[in-house]
Design a protein around this ligand. Structure first.
Ligand SMILES: [Zn+2]
Length: 552
């Protein structure tokens, strides 16, 4: 009897230990990225990334794994939705009343550390009880770890054709980027868009910037500068990291990012989102991936704590975009530059001393790095409008402008079609010059110049004419693409090549040779030059027109 009790006791204790032991094993069985497994000696390969995402998906009821397209070389572009309750489509996401955050990276294939940060945050979002998982009470998060897998496998900036996808946001010619814009950005209409890169300057771990173009809502950019970036700074400091603006500086000024909407951060501003650039100068995988993770967590914390402010700012920007167009008020900045902020800043720069300078590249190698503290310098990120044009109610394109219309369609811009011949008052630009020059991957991009004075006329436009209202949520994109003096428009990117007007010969060329019978040459009056009307017409005041929406 006594022995039996002891036996039972032993078995009981043994079973308890067994449960504890296996329980502990199950608990510690965390799925780690292959990069983590290697101690950050390797990047997670493309195939490993797909497997890892699938493995994490299998552990969570709050994650939905999918793909948003395929690259030129047929690689799937994965994304994962995280939310509580789990949403499966944009309408459900909107119905939750929570901000939608897109975390993306690796549009430049060789820039890979933030991709690793996003793979790690995927696990954290999926892990019940983790700090990041708690945020799903406040946020919907969509993770796009690798926009450009074809570039990733090559470790190149561009895609397999060598094209820089972060300059294709307006043309949308490359499948990897048009998939991302159409199926993620324009489908989910996120309040926040993160775009992760490897760039910027030491000694910083993350360099950031918000939308930089003067044509996007400035309250979005201001909230980035005044609240979001300082919030990220303090989270980074607590973890022993440093963060500051993109891109680099000297003893006098710190320069910002380019302002063209062909770049993600600026395009995001044009669609009225908080579009935030993260550039990690740390190509070292361990440091780059971990500091990128800390900055990304901080961004999510900020949005969760300020969800109402973030959503109201975005919704107001979207509503005002529609109203400005519908009422045809205000100006469209067509040429901008950047100036200093109206306050001074302090930052650190790293200077290399000693070593050798390569006579061909001018780059210094070897030597020692020295940190220099700069105090009271200029921060060159204030957008300055150097030329603007009045915002029309609508733009009008002739039926033969179908190539330009195709470019607008890629952005899901609402286009209407005239249902019968209609007399319309319009303003048009008087072309004074045309120049073909190489820009990015376009060897023959078109730059046109115009007289300041527009031509005002009335004309009967035929049935089939396209009407593009500026009063739509995509109104900032539509206006930038249809104002021919901007830096990213349908003319510049060759979509109107077949219908560009011919410039007349200089009046002086002929005037000297003109002889009118019976009139001495010196008295012959040169003819008044006719305006060269450019075939993008502007309807300046709201008017009802017999149109129907173009279905596509
Ligand atoms: Zn980049």
């Amino acid at each position: 009897m006594k022995i039996r009790i002891q036996k039972h006791l032993l078995i009981g204790v043994f079973s308890a230990l067994l449960v504890l032991f296996f329980g502990a094993v199950v608990f510690s069985q965390v799925i780690r990225t292959p990069s983590e497994e290697s101690g950050f000696q390797e990047y997670t390969s493309y195939e490993e990334m797909l497997q890892y995402l699938q493995d994490i998906q299998a552990t969570s009821t709050e994650m939905l794994l999918s793909t948003f397209g395929k690259t030129i070389e047929g690689r799937e572009q994965p994304y994962a939705i995280f939310s509580r309750p789990l949403v499966t489509r944009p309408q459900e996401a909107t119905a939750t009343g929570k901000p939608i955050v897109v975390l993306a990276a690796n549009v430049h294939g060789g820039e890979r550390t933030v991709r690793e940060s996003l793979l790690m945050i995927t696990r954290e979002l999926a892990t019940k009880g983790s700090d990041m998982n708690w945020l799903l009470d406040e946020l919907i998060v969509i993770v796009v770890p690798s926009i450009n897998p074809d570039g990733f496998v090559r470790a190149t900036r561009g895609n397999s054709l060598g094209i820089d996808l972060n300059r294709d946001y307006m043309k949308l010619e490359q499948p990897a980027i048009s998939n991302y814009v159409q199926n993620i950005l324009l489908t989910w209409q996120p309040h926040i868009i993160l775009d992760g890169h490897n760039g910027g300057a030491y000694p910083y771990n993350i360099c950031y910037q918000g939308p930089a173009n003067a044509a996007s809502d400035q309250r979005i950019t201001r909230l980035c500068d005044q609240e979001i970036f300082p919030f990220i700074n303090s989270a980074m400091e607590k973890n022993g990291y440093k963060s500051w603006y993109y891109s680099g500086g000297d003893s006098l000024r710190w320069r910002g990012a380019p302002t063209d909407p062909r770049i993600n951060t600026n395009y995001g501003g044009f669609i009225n989102s908080f579009s935030i650039l993260f550039e990690s100068p740390r190509q070292d995988r361990d440091d780059g991936a971990k500091s990128g993770l800390v900055a990304t967590r901080a961004l999510l914390h900020y949005v969760a704590q300020n969800s109402e402010k973030v959503m109201m700012t975005v919704e107001r920007a979207r509503r005002e975009t529609i109203e400005m167009g519908q009422n045809a008020t205000g100006e469209i900045p067509v040429q901008i530059t950047v100036g200093p902020k109206d306050y001074k800043v302090s930052y650190e720069i790293e200077i290399r001393r000693g070593g050798t300078i390569d006579p061909e590249t001018g780059r210094r190698t070897g030597g020692t790095r020295e940190l220099v503290q700069i105090i009271g310098a200029d921060l060159m990120i204030e957008p300055v409008v150097t030329k603007s044009r009045p915002r029309p109610y609508a733009y009008l394109l002739e039926p033969r402008a179908y190539e330009a219309v195709e470019m607008l369609k890629r952005h899901k811009i609402t286009i209407e079609v005239l249902q019968k011949d209609t007399e319309i008052d319009f303003e048009a630009y008087n072309m004074t010059g045309i120049e073909y020059r190489s820009e990015y991957d376009h060897p023959a991009s078109v730059t046109v110049t115009f007289a300041d004075e527009t031509v005002k006329q009335t004309r009967t436009f035929p049935k089939g004419t396209y009407i593009i209202r500026t009063g739509q949520v995509m109104g900032r994109v539509a206006a930038h693409m249809l104002e021919p003096e901007t830096n990213d428009n349908v003319v510049k990117w060759n979509a109107m090549d077949a219908m560009l007007p011919r410039m007349p010969r200089q009046s002086g060329e002929r005037a000297g040779r003109t002889i009118t019978a019976g009139v001495p040459v010196e008295q012959a009056q040169p003819q008044e030059p006719q305006p060269v009307i450019f075939p993008i017409f502007k309807i300046m005041t709201p008017v009802a027109l017999p149109t129907k929406i173009l279905k596509y």
